[in-house]
Design a protein around this ligand. Structure first.
Ligand code: PGA
Length: 257
């Protein structure tokens, strides 16, 4: 069974509803109907409803960037999976920018369960900091994150799950500042992720789980990342805010699909 590719744009805290609508309009103009690639727009909560009315579902799917694991209740400022159900098909969980604000693996595990309960496909982000890499702890950090975050997921549910390897030190370096990751650095971690899924959930789950790369991916480097054995797609942030760049990345992924 071959896995379809997944290009998920993480808009982060960008675009008012009006700007989001304009961006979608540009994306629709520049991205043709495609097959073999799922293109997901992970927009801020306030943009999702209007986008859902305007989006061409044959070209794009919608994603959220977070959710709260409770169904409803006294959680000021939070949004539940029950509220997102039907509005989005995907959700980014455990992004390093949220982990940096105190989100733990245990809490992310609860979010994973909530998303799956509501038929929302989680894109689980894992990755090491620069200090952890320099201490040779990359693999262990990623496997520890997977162990806890996937603790309540069943083997059958794994075909709904995508895992994004996002080295924290390589995020938001698209402007040429600091280190970006090389395919040589990404490949062994992607392999370790799939091996872990195989050991934990079995061969069928390892075959169906999509593994993405994220961290300053752009039209210039995306082909090299997409050609890494076991990489099924990308989670671009900065490049997803520029419609020409994002459209170019979708085109490249489609050619490789
Ligand atoms: P970036 O963001 O492509 O801007 O590095 C990726 C991410 O944080 O998901």
């Amino acid at each position: 069974m071959s896995r379809s590719k997944l290009i998920a744009g993480n808009w982060k805290m960008n675009f008012t509803p009006h700007e989001a609508s304009l961006h979608l309009h540009h994306l629709s103009e520049h991205i043709d109907e495609h097959s073999g690639v799922d293109v997901v727009l992970c927009a801020p909560f306030v943009d999702l409803y209007s986008l859902s009315k305007e989006i061409d579902g044959n070209k794009f799917k919608l994603g959220a960037q977070n959710l709260h694991p409770a169904e409803a209740g006294p959680y000021t400022g939070e949004v539940s999976a029950a509220m997102l159900r039907g509005l989005v098909q995907y959700v980014i969980l455990g992004h390093s920018e949220r982990r940096a604000m105190g989100e733990t693996d245990e809490f992310i595990a609860q979010k994973m369960a909530a998303a799956l309960r509501h038929n929302i496909k989680p894109i689980l982000c894992v990755g090491e900091t620069l200090t952890e890499r320099e201490h040779g702890a990359t693999k262990q950090v990623v496997l520890d994150q997977l162990n806890v975050c996937l603790a309540d997921v069943t083997a059958e549910e794994m075909d709904q799950v995508a895992i994004a390897y996002e080295p924290v030190w390589a995020i938001s370096k698209g402007d040429g500042r600091g280190h970006t990751a090389t395919p040589d650095q990404v490949q062994p971690i992607v392999r370790a992720i799939r091996d872990h899924v195989k050991e934990t959930f079995g061969a069928a789950a390892a075959q169906s789980t999509r593994v993405l790369y994220g961290g300053s991916s752009n039209p210039d480097n995306c082909k090299a990342f997409l050609q890494i054995d076991g990489v099924d797609g990308l989670l671009p942030g900065g490049a997803s805010l520029k419609y020409l760049e994002f459209a170019q990345m979708v085109k490249i992924a489609t050619e490789l699909a």
